[in-house]
Design a protein around this ligand. Structure first.
Ligand code: FAD
Length: 395
């Protein structure tokens, strides 16, 4: 085991593994080390369908070892400190690793304790969340036992991964209740810190129509601050003014507050908001040219999704290689992100857009319409593309 690598990657998630695969696939493969503590790797986008009872959660999990590219070294430790002036990273095991180039891809941190009464209570008292492997079963449990009353779906006042996920599960719940014949004795409530249903106008229009047609009660610009589990009460604060809104619930799906991982936030490579401070087009660090960052932990002002990662990876790799050769960085990421917005069982609006909120679509038809074909893409096509293509550095 070497303590020095030509390229050291922090995080073997969607972004880290994809970058590693590409660097090992070169005609002249680079010496790559991956610092990643987890035994398992998760395909997180499928958790929406797991929460909706479509799949068992096991479908989302594979062994990390299966995806560490041949010849790369897996350092099964957690990074805890960056020493960019010395080209070094220290881990929680107290080891110090040095590098020529560093790629930071450690994902986003879930901050369950930022909502009073939430941590430790997901899975009981009607509280559910699709946001982790440990809790995702709680959603289907809550939904299939739901008979009547308020079903509440929240969106926190922070950056989150997959900004569509908080409402995707709401649409599935609405559809499920209709199929069970219990929708007229239930109230579906979307309570979000955002100012509207979706940030991109092209897709906000059809989604607002669905909100009306499907009789969803919406509360915007509100932030969940407390849950009182024993009383099944959710307490929100208006973002402007701080007035309280209390909603009783039978079930509540919580999207937890999220933010940059603490070890990044407190490091010299972070910007003032705690994300790794990179150029939004090249993914290169603004101060340390031998550091790149992509995915959820980076400052790239895109929608934090695996789809965005898929487009960031080739840009990062190409620019990293240019930097090594001393060439100008030519590859540019345009902010592409995608949100396969599940609007029910067998229905999906495939939102794809760039930094400016302009549609950047893949198909020659109106993607703002609900379609079964796009649902099938999410259910069957995208997981295949992920496991066999993206993580292997092929797409
Ligand atoms: C419910 C849900 C639904 C989603 N739906 C979609 C969707 O439909 N479409 C879509 O494109 N995206 C979706 N996403 C988002 C997508 O999963 C993420 O944006 C994507 O995984 C980000 O990749 P990443 O590599 O930045 O982070 P991750 O894939 O999360 O990987 C981060 C890695 O860093 C590791 N790590 C953490 N701390 C350390 C440390 N100290 N040292 C070293 N390693 C560390 C972690 O163990 C992990 O392996 C969804 C996410 C969720 C939770």
């Amino acid at each position: 085991m070497s303590n020095h690598h030509q390229v050291l990657i922090i995080g073997g998630g969607s972004a880290g593994l994809s970058v590693a695969s590409r660097l090992r696939d070169l005609d002249d493969p680079l010496d790559v080390g991956i610092i990643e503590p987890s035994e398992d790797h998760y395909y997180q986008p499928i958790w929406t369908l797991v929460g909706g009872g479509v799949f068992d959660k096991e479908i989302s999990r594979r062994e990390e070892a299966e995806f560490i590219p041949d010849g790369a070294e897996w350092i099964q430790e957690a990074a805890s400190e960056f020493q960019p002036e010395e080209n070094a990273v220290v881990t929680d095991a107290g080891n110090r690793y040095t590098y020529d180039y560093l790629v930071v891809a450690a994902g986003i941190q879930l901050n369950w304790d930022q909502v009073k009464g939430l941590a430790g209570n997901v899975g009981s008292h009607g509280i559910a969340s699709n946001y982790s492997y440990e809790t995702v079963d709680s959603t289907w449990d809550a939904l299939r036992h739901f008979k009547q009353g308020n079903a509440v779906f929240t969106f926190p006042n922070t950056a989150i991964k997959c900004a569509g996920a908080p409402q995707k599960i709401m649409w599935l719940a609405d559809h499920w209740m209709r199929k069970q014949g219990i929708r007229d004795q239930s109230n579906v409530v979307y309570a979000a810190a955002t100012g509207g249903i979706f940030g991109v106008e092209t897709y906000a229009r059809p989604l607002s129509k669905l909100v009306e047609e499907r009789d969803i009660e919406t509360h915007y610009s509100v932030d969940l601050v407390e849950i009182v589990p024993e009383e099944k009460k959710a307490i929100f604060e208006q973002i402007e003014g701080g007035d309280q809104l209390v909603i009783d619930y039978e079930m509540i799906h919580v999207t937890p507050p999220q933010g940059p991982p603490d070890f990044i936030k407190e490091s010299p490579i972070a910007n003032e908001d705690g994300w790794v401070d990179v150029d939004k087009y090249t993914t290169q660090h603004v101060e340390y040219p031998n550091i790149f960052s992509l995915g959820d932990c980076s400052s790239l002002p895109t929608s934090k999704t695996g789809a965005a990662v898929r487009k960031e990876v080739p840009v990062t790799v190409e620019n990293l290689l240019s930097e090594m050769r001393g060439d100008a960085l030519g590859a540019k990421y345009n902010g592409y992100a995608s949100c396969p917005l599940v609007t029910g069982y067998g229905r999906l609006i495939l939102c794809e857009f760039d930094y400016d909120g302009n549609p950047d679509e893949s198909f020659p038809f109106d993607q703002a319409q609900e379609r079964y074909s796009m649902y099938a893409l999410k259910k069957y096509g995208l997981p295949e593309m992920y496991w066999n293509g993206m993580l292997r550095g092929r797409m």
